[in-house]
Every structure is written in structure tokens, then in C-alpha cells.
Design a protein around this ligand. Structure first.
Ligand SMILES: Cc1ncc(COP(=O)(O)O)c(C=O)c1O
Length: 481
């Protein structure tokens, strides 16, 4: 048996893939870590005399955080070593008390829901507008946001995702104005937007400069940082800084990695020096090739087209590609790219395959992807087979979202999916990635969801919360809820 399973597993993966469009944003290119990489054990230290403390910083860690805050224009910035999931949970718990009401975008990341279970929060959903033509959740409606806050004046916190996994953006300035008009706090999950700060001419405006009160970012996703490296920005006086710091201390490890902290700061420095030029270069290539492919009839999302279709904004570094009109699912396209072209994307759903272009990509990397897409499209167009658009349905509008914590802790049992229809879910059902729950604890499982999950499983999509591709956990005594 192989003794070092992880190392040999990673080496095998690297030997099979030449170009990747997945996180971490450094793309496996070592130059960014030159000093760190040469001597990992030298930099792997702990809190001791002269090495400061992430949880009570007064020395060089504080200097690093002050520097990051200056670059992002925040009031205060915190390095988070447990990923944005931890930043999100910390921020939500810091802004609420048990029993409080919170308004969240329905297609938010599972960590938002986890925070609601931990904090015993009452959830209200803001459903994004589903665009049938693109088979995509477009942005949230600012009018609906206003209406929800008017109808539910005791909502304490609003949590929105900007950009989404698919690069979709709304008018964050307007959203902030509305939330503040109602006297509430706006938290933006900008896990996919650490890079927006570094190319303001060509990318949607960063939430941290657009009125959001708290912004959480996965530095490791779109910046050249090591995995798990994240940043939490506090951007206004509406936020209780002491609560944020208390929650970060409570939820993060007491042994934060100095290598990770160094990598977070390093990534921001590198982007400050090189980010704009590199992003501009890559966006230019990406846009040119996108237009070429769109002219051939290939569905590659592009910001100008989307804006003309009514979308507010789109992150032009996000590769979102579909050949569904040729009857090819996003997962099939992802497999062809991987196994025929040695290109690995970030994730795929039934319709789209999605990848990240970061400042670390070279124009050749982007060209390889687009050349491959072009070749696949030409080849597949020649094949005479049944065609049809693979359509993704929006989330069913579910009714029982306020009993999440109770359902989560209730006695439960496994049922096969067909028998679970009409029962209350005890666990999340989450296609992963992207980690957006289809069903949350406390929601009634409906036939449409079961059919949808079955279709995803048939297409090889990983769905967390489904055991042996057939069973889901439901609450045992519905009447107790
Ligand atoms: C929208 C969104 N928010 C938050 C997260 C969590 O980020 P992290 O992986 O840094 O914990 C993710 C991860 O994929 C995400 O897609």
C-alpha cells in the first residue's frame, strides 16, 4: 500500500491535468510563494514571544491586517484561516441574537444556513429571478428586497451573495441603500470577489466600497493564496467590532497557520503590484475568445450580452459555458475537457461547466480552453443525435423554512427518496459544488426536488445528503415541529 496517500494522490492528479480553471487562485504556479515554498518549516511557527497572535494582534499580524484594510478600503479587515465559511458564520452570529430574523438570498452558500442553525435564527428567503432562457438564477430584485424588509420590519440582517458562483452580480450600491433605509445591516458573501478590487475598470464594483457593512472573501478562490485563506472586512459603524472579534476567536482554531497568514498577505501584495495589469490582459483575451465562440453559436456567458438581457452585471473572469443545445450536459462537457484535453474546470451542473480565470493564468491557458471548446463544439455538431436543451428549474418555493434548527435536532430516519416526498427534511440536500442547498432541514421534500436530485445523480453530480444515491434523512415526528 502507498505510504503517503495524500502526496501520491495529488501527484497523480497533477500528472493528469495540464491546465486548471479551479481554485486555489494561484493555479499551482509556484513563483508567487518563492520564499515561503523554499522553506515551509522555517515559516511554520506558533504564537510565542515576538510572533504576535491572530486573535489579539498587536504586532506584525496587526500590521498585515492594517495593510489589507488599506488596500480594500475597509474600516477593519481580519485574516480568516478557516475559509470564508468561518467568516460567514462568525459575522452572522456577531450580528444576531438567538431567535432573530434574517433575510438571505435563497441560493446562498450552505455556511449561511449552518449559521442559522447554530444561531437559532428565523430565515426569510429572497428568491433570485430565474432566467429561463439561460437556465440560470439571475440577480435578486432590489424591489423585492425593499418589499421583504417593509413586510418584515423586525428582520435584523440581510445576507446576499455577490458575485454568485456563476459570476452574476446585482446593484450592490442600491441594495445597500435599501437595507440601510430600513435600518438593517447588509452582509455580502463576496467569496468569489476578492479580485474585484484590483481591476475596477473592467469588473463589477467591490461590495466593500459600495455600501456593504460586512464583506467576507475567499482570498484562496480568486487571488494567488493558499487554500482556506480568507478575509473578513468590516466596512461601517453599523457593525459591532467586538462581537465580530469574539466570534472569530470562538470559531477559528487557536493554532492559526502562519504560513496561511503569510500567504493571505502575500496574495494581496502581489495583486496590488501586478493584479490590474494581469487581470486586464486576461480579460481582454477571454473577452475576445468569448465573442469568437459566441459568433459560432456557442453559449459562453459574456457581460455585455447579459447586461443587454437585463442582468445588472457579470464578473468577466468567470468562464460559464454550455453546450446544452447540442444535448451535452455541463458535467459531460467537464468530462470531455478533463479526459480528452487535460483541462480541469471548477465544477459543472446539468447545463453549465464553470471555471475561474485568475491573474495567475497565462493567455495560453485561456486559449487552450477556448480552442478545446471550439473543437468539441465542431465535433459534437457533426454527430447526429437527439438534441434538446437541458433545462434547470429554479428552487421550488418552500414554505417551512423557519423550523430549521428544530428539524436539524429532531429524531430522524432514512427513507428512500420517493417515500420521503411530503416529509420534513432533517438534513440538507446539497449538490456539491457549488454547495447551495436544494433542501434545508425543516423544509417539506417535494416531488420536483426528488426528480431533480435523481437527474443530477444520473449525470454524475455529487449530491450531499443523499445516502447510497437513494436515501435521505427525514424528521421522524412531523407533528412535533
Ligand atoms: C458563495 C460562496 N460562499 C462561501 C463559500 C465558502 O468559502 P470557503 O470555501 O472559503 O469556506 C463558498 C465556497 O464555495 C461559496 O461558493
Amino acid at each position: 500500500m502507498e505510504k503517503r496517500n495524500i502526496i501520491s494522490g495529488i501527484k497523480k492528479y497533477r500528472s493528469e491535468v495540464d491546465t486548471n480553471f479551479h481554485m486555489p487562485g494561484h493555479k499551482g504556479k509556484p513563483e508567487i510563494f518563492s520564499e515561503l515554498e523554499k522553506n515551509l518549516s522555517f515559516f511554520d511557527i506558533t504564537e510565542t514571544l515576538g510572533t504576535d497572535n491572530l486573535h489579539y494582534p498587536t504586532g506584525f499580524i496587526k500590521d498585515a491586517m492594517d495593510y489589507i484594510s488599506k488596500v480594500y478600503g475597509s474600516k477593519k479587515s481580519y485574516m480568516v484561516v478557516n475559509g470564508t465559511s468561518c467568516g460567514i458564520i462568525s459575522a452572522i452570529l456577531a450580528c444576531t441574537n438567538p431567535g432573530d430574523k434574517i433575510l438571505v438570498q435563497r441560493d446562498c452558500h450552505k455556511s449561511v444556513y449552518n449559521a442559522c442553525i447554530l444561531g437559532d435564527l428565523k430565515l426569510f428567503y429572497l428568491y433570485p429571478d430565474f432566467n429561463k432562457e439561460y437556465g440560470l438564477n439571475f440577480s435578486i430584485s432590489i424591489e423585492k428586497l425593499d418589499q421583504m424588509l417593509t413586510d418584515n420590519p423586525d428582520i435584523k440582517l440581510v445576507v446576499l451573495t455577490y458575485p454568485t458562483f456563476y459570476g452574476i452580480c446585482f446593484d450592490v450600491k442600491k441594495a445597500a441603500d435599501i437595507v440601510h433605509k430600513h435600518g438593517k445591516i447588509l452582509m455580502i458573501d463576496e467569496a468569489h470577489g476578492s479580485h474585484l478590487q484590483f481591476c475596477k475598470d473592467l469588473l463589477p464594483p467591490p461590495a466593500e466600497n459600495s455600501g456593504a457593512d460586512i464583506v467576507t472573501q475567499s482570498t484562496h478562490k480568486t487571488l494567488p493564496c493558499l487554500t482556506q485563506g480568507s478575509i473578513l472586512h468590516v466596512c461601517s459603524d453599523r457593525v459591532n467590532i467586538n462581537n465580530i472579534e469574539t466570534m472569530l476567536r470562538m470559531l477559528q482554531t487557536t493554532s492559526p497557520s502562519y504560513i496561511l497568514m503569510a500567504a493571505i498577505e502575500n496574495a494581496v501584495h502581489w495583486m496590488e503590484e501586478n493584479g490590474e495589469e494581469r487581470l486586464k490582459r486576461n480579460i481582454e483575451v477571454f473577452k475576445r475568445r468569448t465573442l469568437e465562440l459566441r459568433n459560432m453559436g456557442i453559449n459562453v456567458l459574456e457581460d455585455d450580452f447579459l447586461i443587454s438581457e437585463g442582468l445588472y452585471d457579470f464578473d468577466a473572469t468567470r468562464a460559464v459555458i454550455s453546450m446544452s443545445e447540442l444535448g451535452i450536459t455541463g458535467t459531460q462537457l467537464q468530462d470531455i475537457l478533463r479526459y480528452k484535453y487535460r483541462i480541469q474546470m471548477e465544477f459543472a451542473d446539468l447545463q453549465y461547466t464553470v471555471g475561474y480565470v485568475t491573474a495567475m493564468d497565462e493567455p495560453e491557458d485561456i486559449n487552450r480552453l477556448f480552442d478545446a471548446i471550439k473543437e468539441i463544439y465542431i465535433e459534437e455538431s457533426k454527430i447526429n443525435k437527439k438534441r434538446g436543451i437541458v433545462q434547470i428549474e429554479p428552487f421550488p418555493q418552500l414554505q417551512h423554512e423557519r423550523k430549521m434548527r428544530k428539524a436539524f435536532y429532531a429524531e430522524n430516519m432514512l427513507l428512500n427518496m420517493d417515500d420521503a416526498i411530503g416529509k420534513t427534511a432533517a438534513e440538507f440536500i446539497i449538490p456539491y459544488p457549488p454547495g447551495i442547498p436544494l433542501v434545508c432541514p425543516g423544509e417539506i421534500i417535494v416531488k420536483e426536488t426528488v426528480d431533480y436530485v435523481k437527474t443530477m445523480l444520473e449525470h454524475g453530480i455529487n449530491v450531499n445528503g443523499v445516502v447510497d444515491n437513494n436515501f435521505v434523512r427525514v424528521v421522524k415526528w412531523k407533528e412535533d415541529l
